[in-house]
Design a protein around this ligand. Structure first.
Ligand code: SF4
Length: 229
């Protein structure tokens, strides 16, 4: 029996039922709920299908992670799907511009439950080197819920693999007994995330002349105040 199988059995043991030390790697005494959770989560964690889409330089590292040298197929994640309806993991790999955040949210809404989001790289996490640039949002988590953050500029394939393992650990911790950890088992369909609209944060470049006019007016007021002081 491999170490991972032994650990799996040890985690299954019910704490109130003592099992002799020598039998713990071969026998598990557990509750029905914990057994169902373990089997269900084991199946999901080893068959995560990421969506195949990339946004900028980080996407190159994501592609490298799928190649033979790093081989994310070892984790059952080699099937990068071209459709959000067949994917359960969105890897936001790259700079999220104000123009792209709308299709990103739309794609997220089109993914079927249960679904997860991994923010890869400084840009996806908080804007990165372009933070507060006129065309970049300060983190994709302002628009969709993020489960795992992988920092770096860009994160290496090893870092992304570590993030994917953390994603598996998160799935391991979900339980039918805790509906908050499995919101998709509620009554009725899950609510969609509202699509972002252009507003005070997302600026429409077609209205840049309005910004220039307002900036010039406030500069003029500041100049008059300085002159009268
Ligand atoms: S975090 Fe760095 S490497 Fe990744 S998309 Fe942004 S600038 Fe490119």
């Amino acid at each position: 029996m491999t170490n991972s199988n032994e650990n799996f059995l040890k985690e299954l043991h019910h704490p109130d039922v003592p099992v002799p030390e020598g039998m713990q790697s071969a026998v598990a005494v557990t509750s029905f709920g914990k057994l169902i959770d373990s089997i269900y989560n084991w199946g999901r964690r080893n068959s995560i299908w990421p969506m195949s889409f990339g946004l900028a330089c980080c996407a190159i590292e994501m592609i490298a992670t799928a190649s033979s040298r790093f081989d994310q197929a070892r984790f059952g994640m080699e099937v990068l799907r071209a459709s959000p309806r067949q994917a359960d993991l969105m890897i936001v790999s790259g700079t999220v511009t104000k123009k792209m955040v709308v299709p990103i949210v739309r794609l997220y809404n089109q993914m079927s439950e249960p679904k997860y989001v991994l923010a890869m790289g400084a840009c996806a996490i908080g804007g990165g080197p372009f933070k507060e640039g006129y065309n970049v949002v300060s983190g994709v988590d302002k628009y969709i819920p993020v489960d795992v953050y992988v920092p770096g500029c860009p994160p290496t394939p090893q870092a992304l693999l570590h993030g994917l393992i953390m994603m598996q650990k998160k799935i391991d911790g979900q339980s039918f007994g805790n509906r908050n950890s499995m919101p998709w088992y509620g009554r009725g369909p899950s609510e969609e995330v509202p699509l972002p609209v252009l507003g005070p944060d997302i600026v429409d470049p077609r209205q840049a002349y309005l910004l220039r006019r307002e900036t010039a007016a406030s500069d003029a007021v500041a100049g008059e105040t300085d002159a009268s002081a």
